[in-house]
Every structure is written in C-alpha cells, then in structure tokens.
Design a protein around this ligand. Structure first.
Ligand code: ADP
Length: 415
C-alpha cells in the first residue's frame, strides 16, 4: 500500500520479538489502512517520535531500561494529544490501574485477544482523530477571534477618528461663524447709531459694504459646510450636461476678472473641448483654485489658466507664481480642514477653513476625473483638473481626439 493510502499510523513498542511480529500482522489483516512502525525499546520509541508523527502508541509496560510507564510520562510531555495503550501482564491489575491513573488511554491484558486489541486500537485512533479535529477547530476559532478583534480595533479607530473630525468640525464652525456674526451685529448697531446721528451717506455706505462682506463670508462658509456634509453622506448630486469647456472657462474667467483683473486669451488652437459636466460645480472648483492662486501669491503676479485636450482627457491647469507648497505638506492639502501652518494670506484676502481643496477634489473625482498639484516653495503652484472628454459614439473617433490648447493669462490693470 502506498504511504498516502494509509489513514493513520501507529507505533508499537515491545521488547518481546514475538509480539513485535504478531501485532503488526493483526493490524495489517484487520485494519489495512493503519501503518505500523515497530521498535523494541522506549529509547527507540522516543527517537522515532522525534522524526515521525503517530496517531496512537502501543507499548509494553515491562521493558528493560526505561519501562512503559516512564515512556508514557515522556510521551505526555512531548505529544499529550496522542493516546497511549499499555500492554500489561495477565493479572497485573495494579499496574493496569497505575497506567490509567498516569494518563494511559487504555490497557491491554496479555495474552492479547485480537478482537479486544483491535477494538481498543480503533477507539484510540478515533479519539485521536477527534482530538485533532478539536485542536483544528480551536485554532480556527482563535484565528477568527483574532480577526474579529482586528476588525473591532480598526472600526474603533475609524469611529474615534470620525468623532475627532466631528468635534474639530464643530469647533471650527462655531469659531468661524462667530467672527462674521459678531462683525454683522457690531456693524448693524453702528449703522443705527450713525443714522440717528444723521451721519453722511458715505459712512453708512461703507458700513453696509462691510456688512455685505461678512454676509458673503458666512455664505461661503455655510456652502462649504453643506457641500462637505453632502459629500460625506453621499448625497452630493451632479447635474451633468454636455458643454464646451473652452466656452465655460472663458465665461467664468470673464466673470471672475470683472474689476481690477483682466483675462487675456493668449493662445487658442483647435476648437471645442466637449465634456459632460455640472457647469456650476466645475465653476466652483475653478473659482476656488483661482482664489487660492491669488490668496497665496504676491499682489499683481500673473495667473495662467491653460486648457489642453490630450487623447480622451481635458486638462485645465491653473498656474500661479506664488509662495508654493513644501513637499511634505502636499499630501495633506486635500484633507478636510487642513491649512498649511504659518502661511500668511496675501492680497488682503481672508484665510479659509481648509475645505476648499477637499471639496474641489471630491467634485472632480465625482466627474470621473482627478485633481493634481505640482508645487515647490518659492516657485509657485500648478493645480491640474483632469476631466474625461465627452465621447460621441456617432462621431468618428479621430475627430474627438484632435488636439486643442487654449491659454488665458490673468493680469492686473495698471492704475
Ligand atoms: P483654504 O480655504 O485654507 O485656502 P484650501 O483647502 O483651499 O483651504 O487649501 C488648503 C491649504 O493649501 C491652504 O491653507 C494653503 O496653505 C494651501 N494652498 C492651497 N492653494 C495654494 C496655492 N495656490 N499656493 C500655495 N498654497 C496653497
């Protein structure tokens, strides 16, 4: 029989040569799937146990040198789960009792009755099999418990982080809302006073402008908070429509630069860049990036907006020549509420609360695109919005893949 056809394997230890030949014969004839190894001393048995695994060990009690009981003790130290059957002499009941008390699985009386020997051996093998199954199940349970523990630990960590974010959120929100509201209250009281005193309309007008700024700031803040909450709860809905990105950017830049800035379309190659986007949301991202470009650049430095069509993607880059961002800060700037520490806002603008880039990235990702940044301190920053082009299945492919480049430079009017 080939090795792999055996179900189990036993070791028989006996100094009695006759038994050492007879017992394997019994096993071979009645339990053909049991492999038998024989040794004639306890020392040899211990050696065999170093290299091989057995499902049951049958040993004579009385042997020269180390006897069966001592061998039993050693086996219990080495392989406690392996049942040991001890063979005792006829009428040697005390020894048999001692064997059981010392942990033997069963005892077999000499002269050995083949049937009882086979039954005892079968029971021992079954017991071993069951013990093995229990050990395996225990192991599986332990592994399962470990993985559950890990899941609980991970989940607890996530909940803790979510709670911390929520607390930070509330702290920042209440702090940020307080300033413009207090300003509004103060201005309203001042205006009332000025009107009662019959002050000039110029002063009243100035007060009203201040109030408007505070209201706008509160409005932006509220909008950012609402957007964040919609993103977090997965309720952020896009109203996508097919449109030309060249036209959309032109209109947005024209609106943005009304005042002291002007947008000059310095280069235009090609025609349209068709995309299917939520124009309002894309406008929000572009305006946010432009406002950052101004906030973090010295006054009057130019900002360049470039639109390129490469393959099946449109890339809209907003480049400034401002303070730039250090490499170790770059991975964080898209996180909620993250602001690069110790950065002064230029151009008299007020610092935001660190939600702008977080929301912008989410909006672009919802469009199936991505928002990237390239920046170095003192060398300015380039933010790139990459969007998938609208694929018109009715038009030939090479037409939608035709190249396009449009560039606008945002410069300041000389006063
Ligand atoms: P904030 O509202 O504070 O501007 P954002 O999420 O828009 O928040 O930006 C996060 C941080 O990234 C800013 O606090 C700023 O430090 C940095 N940052 C963003 N845009 C630029 C830029 N164009 N140049 C330099 N730093 C920038």
């Amino acid at each position: 029989m080939r090795e792999e056809e055996y179900h189990s394997s036993i070791l028989i230890v006996d100094d009695d040569e006759a038994l050492l030949q007879a017992l394997p014969q019994v096993v071979y004839l009645r339990m053909p799937r049991v492999q038998v190894t024989t040794v004639s001393s306890a020392v040899q048995a211990l050696e065999a146990l170093q290299t091989d695994k057995f499902d049951t060990i049958v040993s004579d009690v009385k042997m020269p040198g180390m006897d069966g009981l001592e061998l039993l003790g050693r086996i219990q130290e080495l392989n406690p789960e392996v049942p040991v059957l001890l063979i005792t002499g006829h009428g040697d009941h005390n020894l048999a009792i001692q064997a059981i008390r010392s942990g033997a699985y069963d005892y077999i009386l000499k002269p050995i009755d083949r049937d009882s020997f086979t039954v005892a051996l079968q029971r021992a093998l079954q017991t071993h099999q069951m013990r093995q199954t229990i050990v395996q199940q225990q192991l599986a349970l332990e592994l399962h418990a470990q993985s559950l523990e890990q899941i609980v630990e991970k989940r607890t960590g996530e909940l803790k982080a979510a709670n911390e974010t929520k607390e930070k959120f509330l702290r920042i929100v209440s702090h940020e809302l307080k300033a413009p509201l207090e300003n509004l209250k103060g201005m309203a009281q001042l205006l009332q006073h000025q009107l009662q005193q019959g002050e000039s309309s110029t002063m009243v007008m100035q007060g009203l402008q201040d109030m408007e700024r505070s209201i706008i700031r509160t409005e932006i803040l509220t909008q950012d908070l609402l957007d964040t909450s919609l993103i977090e709860t997965n309720l952020f809905v896009l109203h996508r429509q097919r449109c030309d990105l060249v036209e959309l950017c032109g209109t947005l830049l024209h609106q943005y630069t009304a005042g002291s800035l002007h947008a000059h379309l310095s280069e235009l190659l090609g025609e349209q860049v068709e995309v299917e986007v939520d124009a309002g949301r894309i406008g929000q991202v572009l305006l946010n990036l432009l406002s950052n470009a101004r906030k973090y650049s010295a006054p009057h430095t130019p900002i360049t907006v470039t639109l390129e069509k490469v393959g099946y993607e449109a890339t809209l880059s907003i480049r400034d020549e401002g303070i730039g961002i250090a490499a170790d800060e770059l991975p964080h700037i898209f996180e909620q509420f993250y602001r690069v520490p110790n950065v002064e806002v230029q151009n008299g603008a007020r610092a935001g609360i660190g939600l702008g880039l977080y929301i912008s990235r989410k909006i672009i990702e919802r469009h199936g695109g991505h928002l990237e940044v390239q920046s170095a301190p003192g060398q300015g920053s380039t933010f790139r919005i990459v969007l998938p082009l609208f694929v018109d299945t009715e038009r030939p492919q090479n037409e939608s893949a035709s190249p396009l480049k449009a560039a606008w430079t945002l410069a300041y009017y000389e006063h």
